[in-house]
Ligand binder design. Structure first.
Ligand code: HEM
Ligand SMILES: *[C@@H]1O[C@H](CO)[C@@H](O)[C@H](O)[C@H]1NC(C)=O
Ligand SMILES: *[C@@H]1O[C@H](CO)[C@@H](O)[C@H](O)[C@H]1NC(C)=O
Ligand SMILES: *[C@@H]1O[C@H](CO)[C@@H](O)[C@H](O)[C@H]1NC(C)=O
Ligand SMILES: CC(=O)N[C@H]1CO[C@H](CO)[C@@H](O)[C@@H]1O
Length: 484
C-alpha cells in the first residue's frame, strides 16, 4: 500500500492515466452530451464528501474506481468552464479541426519531417546524455517526457519555441498539474469547487501554465503575421517547414471556425507527450530486460542506412523489427485494462439481443491482447512476433504498429482511433535510432522486466527504475539522418 500511495503522489503515474482521458478528451460530441451522462444519476461509491475529506480514503477510492472518477471528471460537472485552468481539456466545437489537423495535416507532413525531427532529436539527446565511457544512471520515465516534448513541439510550434524552457515546462507539466489539481479539487464538494479552485495552489499553477502558453503562442502568431505583411524581415535562419501553428490558421479559415491557438496547443501536448513517453519507457524497459533484441535492431538500422543513404520517406517503414518490438511492447503492456471508451448516443441492439441503452458508457477490455488463441505464448515477450507475421504472404502491410484491429487496439480503433499514431510511431522510431546507436543500456540492478503498476484500470511504468547508459560509437554515420 505504501508504494501505491507513493506512486499516486508521483507525477509520473500520469503517463498511464492520460490515454484513458483521450477517449473523451477530443471526442466531438462529448460536451454536447455530457448532461446525459449516466454517472450523474448513478450514485458513486464513496462519494460522501462531508464525512470523507481525507486524502487517504480518496486515494483508495481512486485506485478502486479510477475509471468512474475519470469519466465523471470529464463530465461538465467538474471540468466545466467555470473551473478556470482546465480549458485545454475542452476542445468545444474545434475538436474536428484538431483531429483533422493531426490526422491529415500532420500525417501528410511526416515524410518531409524525418530529417528535421532527427536533427532536433540529436540535439536533445546530446543535451540529455552527456557522452560517458562509464555506466551512468538515468531515470528514463522521469526524463523522457522532456525529450518528447521538445521533439514534438518542433512540429507543433517550430524550432524556436521547442527549445524554450518555459514552453517545455507547460508542455510537460500542464498535464501533470492538471491531474494533481483534479485530484485535489475532488476532495471538495462540487458546489464549493468553483470557489475553492481560485485558492488551490495546484489550480493556480494550471492557470499560470495557460497564461504562459497563451503568451508564448500568441507572440509567435503575431511574429509570423508581421513577417507575412513585411513588417518584419524573415527569420534568420528561415523556417524550413510548416508546423501545427500554420495548420491551425489554415484550418480555422477553411472550416470558418475561430480557434484559440494557445489552448489548442496545450491540448496537443496533453494528447501527445505522456502517451508517447509511456510507450518509449515500456520499450526501453523491455529492451533492457530482453537485450537480445538490441543488436538485431542496430543491424536493421544499418541495413536501411546502407540501402537508402539519407533517410527517405519510406526509410522508417523498412524498420520492421523495430516496428514489431514496439507493437509487442504495446501488446504486453497496454496503457490500461480497458480502452475504446464510448458513449452510446442511441440504443444499440447487439446480435445476441442485448441492448446497450442510450447514455451508457462502454469500453473494451484489453485482455484480448493477451489471449492465447490470438497470440500463442501470449505472456512471453516476443519482439519478432509481428515481424514474423508480416513475413507471411499477403501480410506485409498488416500488423504494423500503426495498424489498429480488434485484436490490437492500443491506439484505439475505428473512427476515433488515435490520429496521432503515425506521428508517434515515426517520432519514437527516430528517438530509438539515436538511443540505440549512441548508447548501451542495461538496468542498474540485475533484474527482470520491472512490472508495471496497476492503478485502477491503468497500467503505469515503474517510475523508480533506473537505467544505466554508456556511450558507444555508432556503426554508421548519422549524416544519413541529417547529422549527429
Ligand atoms: C504512443 C503514443 C500515443 C498513444 C498510445 C495514443 C493513444 C490514443 C488512444 C487510445 C486514443 C483513443 C482512441 C479510441 O478511443 O479509439 C487516442 C486519441 C487521440 N489521440 Fe492519441 N495516442 C498517442 C499519441 C498521440 C499524439 C502524438 C497525438 C497528437 C499529435 C495524439 C492525438 C490524439 C487525438 C487528437 C485523439 C482524439 C481522437 C478523436 O477523438 O477522434 N495522440 N490516442
Ligand atoms: C515541471 O515541474 C516540476 C515539479 O514542479 C519541476 O521540478 C520541473 O522543473 C518542471 N519542468 C520544467 C521544464 O520547468
Ligand atoms: C514551471 O511552471 C510553473 C507554472 O507556471 C511555475 O510555477 C514554475 O516555476 C515553472 N518551473 C520552472 C523550473 O520554470
Ligand atoms: C464555434 O464556436 C464559436 C464561438 O463559440 C462560434 O463563433 C463558431 O461559429 C462555432 N463554429 C462552428 C463551426 O460551429
Ligand atoms: C514509419 C511509420 O511507422 N509510420 C509513418 C511515418 O510517416 C509516414 C508518412 O506519413 C507514414 O506513411 C508511416 O506510416
Amino acid at each position: 500500500m505504501a508504494i501505491l500511495a507513493q506512486v499516486l503522489d508521483s507525477p509520473y503515474f500520469i503517463q498511464g492515466v492520460v490515454v484513458a482521458l483521450l477517449a473523451v478528451l477530443v471526442t466531438s460530441f462529448w460536451d454536447d452530451l455530457s448532461d446525459e451522462i449516466p454517472y450523474r444519476r448513478v450514485p458513486l461509491v464513496g462519494k460522501n464528501w462531508w464525512s470523507d475529506l481525507t486524502n487517504k480514503k480518496a486515494k483508495a477510492r481512486f485506485s478502486q474506481s479510477a475509471r468512474a472518477l475519470i469519466a465523471e471528471g470529464f463530465s461538465r460537472n467538474f471540468f466545466e468552464d467555470r473551473i478556470a485552468g482546465f480549458e485545454a481539456f475542452h476542445q468545444k466545437n474545434t475538436s474536428k479541426l484538431v483531429t483533422d489537423l493531426v490526422r491529415i495535416k500532420l500525417t501528410q507532413a511526416l515524410g518531409s519531417l524525418t530529417i528535421p525531427l532527427s536533427k532536433e532529436t540529436a540535439a536533445t539527446v546530446h543535451d540529455t546524455f552527456p557522452p560517458s565511457d562509464e555506466w551512468k544512471p538515468y531515470n528514463f520515465a522521469y526524463h523522457v517526457p522532456y525529450m518528447v516534448a521538445r521533439i514534438s513541439s518542433l512540429v507543433f510550434l517550430g524550432q524556436k519555441i521547442c527549445r524554450d524552457k518555459e514552453w517545455i515546462n507547460v508542455s510537460v507539466n500542464y498535464t501533470i498539474d492538471a491531474f494533481t489539481a483534479a485530484r485535489e479539487l475532488r476532495m471538495w464538494p462540487s458546489v464549493l469547487r468553483p470557489l475553492v479552485h481560485w485558492f488551490l495552489p495546484s489550480a493556480q499553477k494550471l492557470r499560470q501554465h495557460l497564461r504562459v502558453a497563451r503568451s508564448i503562442v500568441n507572440q509567435e502568431v503575431e511574429h509570423r503575421a508581421m513577417i507575412q505583411d513585411g513588417r518584419l524581415p524573415p527569420d534568420d535562419p528561415p523556417r524550413v517547414h510548416t508546423d501545427a501553428l500554420d495548420w491551425m490558421r489554415e484550418l480555422s479559415q477553411e472550416y470558418d471556425t475561430p480557434i484559440e491557438v494557445g489552448r489548442t496547443q496545450v491540448g496537443l501536448s496533453l494528447a501527445a507527450i505522456h502517451t508517447t513517453s509511456n510507450l518509449l519507457t515500456n520499450i526501453m524497459y523491455d529492451l533492457a530486460a530482453y537485450p537480445q533484441y538490441i543488436q538485431p535492431l542496430r543491424d536493421e538500422i544499418c541495413a536501411v542506412a546502407a540501402e537508402d543513404g539519407e533517410f527517405k520517406k519510406t526509410s522508417l517503414l523498412k524498420l520492421k523489427l523495430m516496428d514489431s518490438v514496439m507493437k509487442e511492447s504495446q501488446r504486453v503492456n497496454p496503457v490500461g485494462m480497458i480502452l475504446l471508451n464510448r458513449l452510446a448516443t442511441a440504443d444499440i441492439p447487439l446480435s445476441d439481443g442485448t441492448v446497450i441503452p442510450k447514455g451508457a458508457t462502454v469500453a473494451v477490455s484489453t485482455h484480448v491482447m493477451g489471449e492465447e488463441s490470438i497470440y500463442p505464448q501470449a505472456s512471453t515477450y516476443d519482439g519478432y512476433r509481428f515481424y514474423h507475421k508480416r513475413q507471411e504472404p499477403g501480410n506485409e502491410h498488416r500488423f504494423q504498429l500503426v495498424t489498429t484491429t480488434r485484436d490490437h487496439f492500443a491506439f484505439g480503433h475505428g473512427v476515433h482511433a488515435c490520429p496521432g499514431r503515425f506521428f508517434a510511431a515515426n517520432e519514437s522510431k527516430i528517438l530509438l535510432i539515436h538511443l540505440l546507436l549512441k548508447f548501451d543500456w542495461k538496468f542498474k540492478e540485475d533484474r527482470g522486466r520491472p512490472k508495471n503498476f496497476e492503478i485502477g484500470t491503468e497500467s503505469i511504468t515503474d517510475p523508480t527504475v533506473e537505467l544505466l547508459f554508456r556511450s558507444r560509437t555508432p556503426e554508421i554515420d548519422l549524416k544519413c539522418l541529417g547529422g549527429a
